[in-house]
Design a protein around this ligand. Sequence first.
Ligand SMILES: [Mg+2]
Length: 310
Amino acid sequence: VNELELISLLTRSLPGNASVIVGAGDDCAVLDLGLAGEFVLFKTDAVVEGVHFESGAAPEQVGHKALARCLSDVAAMAGRPTHALVTLGLPPAFDPVRIEAVYRGLNQLAVRHDVAVVGGETTANPGGMLISISLLGRVARERCLLRSGSQPGDALFVTGDLGGALERKHLTFEPRLSEAAWLADHVSVHAMIDLSDGLAGDLRHLLKPSALGALLQAESIPVSRAARQRSRTGLSSKSPLLAALTDGEDFELLFTVAAGDAVALLDAWKDSFPKLKLTCIGKITGQPGIALRDKEGLKPFPHHAYLHFA
Ligand SMILES: [Mg+2]
């Protein structure tokens, strides 16, 4: 079984209870724990040596990435992160100085976003370092954004540049928490997700709950300089466009708004975030699947997400 098949097998019959508003299958679980006007967001995520970071990676950046991935999922729901627990799996001959540095990177990011680190667990892990984070957050009930909710005709937007993240920012990215909060305050966002598996894969997650499709404009896709460079120098066999569509770990926001709101959104965005690109890359359609329009015409785009096991 591949990763998606395994997830669907495991999530088929998970126990729930009356507090669960959204369970497995969105960026965070959404819980009604009786807070006035707010839902609680709940998330877990892990980074593993040799999978999500190389053994020689700067430990501060490893700690940063471990927490930033969870914060990005809270951003995808327009929430505010509040509390984290940290589980460390450590190989037999670990260097305590290195572990302290991992925590330093993690703590610095936590402080910047007012996240309290309230405990954790350490265990042996012969295969290498593993850092698993559990995160709580909060979101006003009417602001909580899900992956579902897109409508045919909606404009599809993405923040930042895409592709080549392994080359440039997967250890240092800033989760888009303030941008997501701004969006929830200023625009009627229909659906949102953060990009972890690559645009094409995560777009499929956005389309699936509503059985919709998307039409992407190839020349509008914001291809990163790193993606162009990797392709030009032969570091990647993908074309820059394919890299932007399928490389993982961008941690940008992908969201939909009514087409009529698109121009006002772009104008207001430029005033608020002059340094961060926001691009309309296409639209939502009623025809399931992803289609790509380039100079040669319109064709289906069959590529899927990055899978940890396939
Ligand atoms: Mg996510």
